[in-house]
Design a protein around this ligand. Structure first.
Ligand code: HEM
Length: 257
């Protein structure tokens, strides 16, 4: 899949702008229903209110030109915007480059949680519980004394803090080797999660719904991957970046063909 961004610049006289926006609000319904459309946004120029830019991200240029234009949603979409075709000044596909990313207007989960100290407190309390637990304790019988600290470094990095696990502890590769062959069972994973959530309450991690949903989302994801990687014969990738987790929603997993 090779995403492509389409920009359409319109010049719409002030007298028609309200109708234009209303037409696009209606056109957006079939557009959003098209499986070739990733997202879209119509914005209006502040300095020259006659200028509009419509940005549509498509799953690929071919999907746009063949899939969407030849598909079931195009007719309804085009019927709405047809009166404005003559107002188009530019309509082209743009290739995304690697220069993109999120800014800092939204705090990281790491900052929201309280930074490094918060994760250190969390894992100290958590592994004290783990050690005592009859279901998961035995897996950790030979745990490295530094383990709570290392996992705190991992979590901090995942949630947007400094890359200390990568820089000081061997990164993803080291983590994955630690789970190989452990043959973790589902009830053990569940207990691990449950003890971690107890620890989160005990050390007073923020308990607002948004933070906890994102936190639990990563933990559900990560523990399920750990189970898979720990089974006999598993062959997980041995090199990968440490994952980064934010406030958003994880997209569906589609394996590379
Ligand atoms: C989100 C889920 C998980 C994360 C982020 C995680 C993270 C880690 C990390 C970073 C290490 C290596 C620490 C080091 O640098 O030495 C590790 C080791 C280990 N993990 Fe996990 N883990 C997860 C899930 C689990 C689960 C569900 C289990 C079992 C129920 C488990 C059992 C172990 C064990 C037994 C070790 C080796 C400990 C030792 O002997 O030192 N992990 N984990």
């Amino acid at each position: 899949m090779h995403m492509i961004v389409e920009y359409i610049r319109y010049q719409v006289p002030e007298a028609r702008s309200a109708d234009f926006e209303a037409a696009y609000a209606r056109a957006a319904v079939p557009l959003a229903a098209a499986p070739q459309c990733v997202d879209y946004e119509l914005s209006r120029c502040v300095d020259e209110p006659d200028s509009y830019i419509l940005r549509i991200t498509w799953t690929s240029a071919k999907d746009h030109l063949e899939g969407f234009r030849g598909g079931e949603h195009f007719k309804a979409f085009f019927a709405e915007i047809r009166p404005y075709v003559e107002q188009i000044e530019e309509m082209r596909h743009y290739e995304r480059t690697s220069v993109r990313g999120a800014g800092s207007s939204v705090p990281t989960l790491y900052d929201w949680a309280g930074g490094e100290a918060a994760f250190q407190r969390l894992t100290e309390v958590f592994y004290a519980k783990v050690r005592e637990d009859e279901l998961v304790g035995p897996l950790f019988a030979h745990m490295d004394p530094g383990h709570p600290k290392y996992v705190a470094m991992w979590l901090a990095e995942v949630f947007g803090g400094p890359a200390r696990y990568t820089d000081e502890r061997g990164g993803y590769h080291h983590m994955v080797t630690q789970h190989l062959g452990k043959a973790i069972k589902e009830p053990q994973r569940r207990r691990w999660v449950s003890l971690l959530m107890d620890a989160a309450d005990e050390v007073g991690l923020p308990d607002d719904p948004e933070f906890r949903a994102a936190f639990a989302g990563y933990i559900e994801w990560g523990t399920r991957i750990a189970i898979g990687n720990s089974q006999p014969g598993a062959q997980p990738p041995m090199q990968a970046p440490v994952p980064h987790w934010g406030w958003g929603v994880a997209p569906p997993y589609i394996p590379n063909p």
